[in-house]
Design a protein around this ligand. Structure first.
Ligand code: MN
Length: 727
């Protein structure tokens, strides 16, 4: 257990062998499904051969063996055996679902989907998006773990494919899978994959390193042996029990050092690494003290990942010292549990869950937290969801027809995507083709969709589009366009008003402009040019009299024509707004004027929600959200079509529940932020939860759905906040 996991390719792994390896860590597990998956995969892959000429089934068996080395659960191992049957054999999803269980099916389907992604990672940002896409598409993190095991075996047998394929696969592994393994904290897999990538991407460097390290092998083995027993002695002097291993560093880490320092192999001095595994955290620091007093530490090389764990939960003490014979050696010190976590990362979760049933909980903070966390959740998928949230991959990842990947926020529509590509594409968007099917522009995107936007020259944005889009970029672009149109209209109206107004004094706009009569108006109202003046007039920021009064050649007291006529033009400006504000209700009911409207208490709809109305006996019309249970249960004949009254402004109460880390001042900070958005808080209730968490309940007044979204988004964005829900 304390040694590095050996992921070497194995020629033959029998069913009994796999079962017995699994039983090593789960003696009571029921391996019926595992045996069935073994036979099923063997049968399905029967006629197939790998590039190496071996029977194909060797591949899934090795993948399963790797998953067992990571101590994964039975479902995951079964999925490992079956991961290629949908893609490569003529087995359909339904057959897997029939023969096995939903979890296994979902993992196999997830693997198949990810296999179909064509990676093109020319740029770093694209690689990042591909990684996120893999996570977003894997509904269960075990899909990624199976993909890692799959990749591990493919990389280990890469010598049998063409040179071009070797380089492509290795680069893809380095760009996509190594960072995923790292983020999930599965170090054993990460280090192994890195070395394999180096071997195929830079074979010259890899084999030179291998040769040089091999040349010194005898010396090195002696040195490691002596140093291990020396450390052991020193620890024993102070009564510390430790398990010590020494090894040469991974090639890839030597290679990285050479690149970082711009030096050759000869100048990289610290090639050896030692690992001390002790019983508890106190012993970790004790051990560090003993080592630092025995050998001189190299300045700047000490790192305390116990006090400050890495983002992937890795914990350990790292130091480099001038060891025996003044050789630079790196030493890592950690507890047994930290070591298991370091080797298997997220995968350790399943293992610890198994163990916690019969064994005492470990003393590792994060494992405990994980277990604690898991207890409070319904099932594994909730846990996975939480880990995914932690990975911060909320987005939707879609392809352009060219195969580039774009990330959009979840819930984004076709229209959002159109604006992501180009503003003009957005303005003229009429819909899209997704995976060959036509969809409307409000269609919500899913990760993995291949989207081709359809445009029309005559299409232009409208106010309704603001309800379709979720991204800030699209919203801003639509608003800018609407504003531009509005400005154009105001400008036209303003110019007309001024023209007509001046005519009443027997003069003309043209003449007055020529005579430069507007200088005083510009000065008085801080206006730059005529255009701006028209807009001010058209939008009623200035009245005609204010302008005329500042024109030298016009005497406002003696018009040639009655000014009242001009007034009618203003009415035109506002006629549109007036038309829509006829109703005093928040909701407009089709075909019914002046009807009493109430909001359903069950679903509490707010403007922007999709809604349905019900004619109630004696109570007018009740409004429900279209997905409200009441809607499904009631008779269709009483249903009426309703819509939100856009010009009606009102404040609607909504309940929000927030769970945060328990920090003083959190409530006042949240309240301040909500108020700063111009949103009123009616009620705020705070409660302390166990395990250092706080629960808050707010009743806020929002004017519509988009305002509510803004409030929810703001709260979600706060550092202290864990979850935000509309209650
Ligand atoms: Mn495979």
């Amino acid at each position: 257990m304390l040694d590095k996991i050996d992921f070497s390719h194995e020629d033959e792994i029998s069913k009994e062998e796999l079962v017995s390896r699994y039983k090593n860590y789960d003696p009571d597990g029921d391996t019926t499904l595992l045996e069935k998956a073994y036979d099923f995969a063997t049968e399905a892959h029967l006629p197939q051969k790998r590039s190496s000429g071996e029977p194909y089934i060797i591949h899934p068996r090795n993948v399963a063996a790797t998953l067992i080395k990571l101590k994964m659960d039975l479902d995951c191992i079964c999925a490992g055996l079956l991961h290629d049957v949908v893609e490569d054999c003529e087995v359909c999803e339904e057959e897997i679902a029939r023969e096995f269980n939903p979890v296994i099916t979902q993992i196999v389907v997830g693997c198949t989907k990810i296999s179909k992604i064509k990676f093109r990672s020319k740029e770093e940002t694209q690689a990042e998006n591909f990684r996120k896409m893999v996570v977003a598409m894997a509904k269960d993190l075990r899909v990624i773990i199976v993909k890692l095991a799959d990749r591990m075996h493919n990389m280990r047998t890469l010598q049998y494919v063409s040179k071009t394929k070797q380089v492509n696969k290795a680069q893809e592994t380095l760009d996509i899978y190594v960072p995923l393994a790292s983020r999930l904290g599965i170090n054993s897999v990460k280090l192994e994959l890195e070395d394999l990538c180096l071997r195929f991407l830079h074979p010259d460097i890899y084999y030179r390193l291998a040769e040089k390290i091999a040349m010194k092998k005898k010396d090195r083995d002696r040195y490691i042996k002596e140093t291990v027993s020396l450390i052991k002695e020193k620890l024993q002097e102070y009564g510390v029990q430790g398990n010590i291993r020494g090894r040469s560093k991974h090639f890839y880490s030597i290679y990285k050092k050479m690149l970082q320092r711009g030096v050759g192999f000869e100048q990289v001095t610290d090639l050896l690494a030692f690992r001390v595994i002790v019983d508890n955290i106190t012993d970790c620091y004790k051990c560090l003290g003993i080592i630092h007093s025995a050998w001189t530490p190299v300045p700047g090389r000490f790192k305390d990942y116990i006090a400050i764990p890495k983002a992937n939960n890795y914990q350990s003490l790292h130091t480099t010292v001038l060891g025996p014979e003044a050789e630079r050696i790196e030493i890592q010190i950690r507890t047994r549990e930290m070591h298991e976590v370091a080797e298997t990362g997220v995968a350790a979760h399943w293992k610890y869950k198994e163990r916690s049933r019969n064994q005492k909980a470990t003393d590792i903070r994060w494992v405990e937290e994980l277990l604690e966390f898991n207890k409070s959740m319904k099932d594994n998928s909730d846990f996975m969801h939480a880990v995914k949230n932690d990975l911060d991959f909320h987005g939707v990842f879609v392809f352009t027809p060219k195969g580039d990947v774009f990330e959009l926020r979840s819930g984004a529509s076709v229209l959002d995507f159109a604006y992501t590509i180009h503003t003009e594409v957005g303005h003229h968007c009429v819909g899209a083709k997704i995976n060959g099917k036509m969809v409307p522009m409000k269609h919500r995107l899913k990760s993995g969709d291949s989207v081709s936007i359809l445009t029309s020259k005559t299409q232009e944005p409208s106010k309704d589009w603001l309800k379709i889009v979720k991204t800030t970029r699209a919203r801003t672009k639509i608003k800018q366009w609407l504003l531009k149109i509005e400005r154009k209209r105001q400008r036209e109206i303003g110019e007309k008003i001024l023209e007509e107004g001046i005519k009443k004094y027997d003069s003309s706009l043209k003449t007055l402009i020529k005579k430069n009569e507007f200088a005083k108006v510009f000065d008085e109202f801080h206006i730059k040019n005529m255009n701006e003046l028209y807009i001010h007039l058209g939008s009623k920021k200035l009245t005609l009299m204010q302008v005329l009064g500042n024109l030298p050649s016009i005497d406002v007291a003696s018009p040639k024509v009655d000014l009242k006529e001009v007034g009618s033009l203003y009415k035109k400006v506002n006629s549109r707004a007036k038309k829509t504000s006829r109703h005093d209700n928040a909701v407009i009911v089709d075909g019914l004027d002046d009807v009493l409207v109430r909001m359903g208490k069950c679903c509490n709809p707010i403007p922007g929600d999709s809604i349905v109305g019900f004619i109630t006996r004696g109570r007018g019309v009740t409004i429900h959200t279209s997905n409200c249970q009441t809607v499904f249960q009631s008779e269709g004949s009483r249903r009426v079509s309703v819509g939100w009254n856009k010009s009606y402004s009102f404040k609607h109460p909504v309940n929000i529940r927030v769970v945060t880390h328990d920090k003083p001042g959190t409530l006042s900070l949240m309240s301040k932020n909500i108020n700063n958005m111009g949103v009123n808080i009616r009620t705020a209730i705070a409660k302390s939860l166990p395990d250092q968490k706080g629960s808050f309940f707010f009743e806020v007044e929002v004017k519509d759905y988009s305002e509510l979204l803004r409030v929810l988004g703001m709260l979600e964005g706060m550092e202290e906040v864990i979850t935000v829900t509309r209650a």
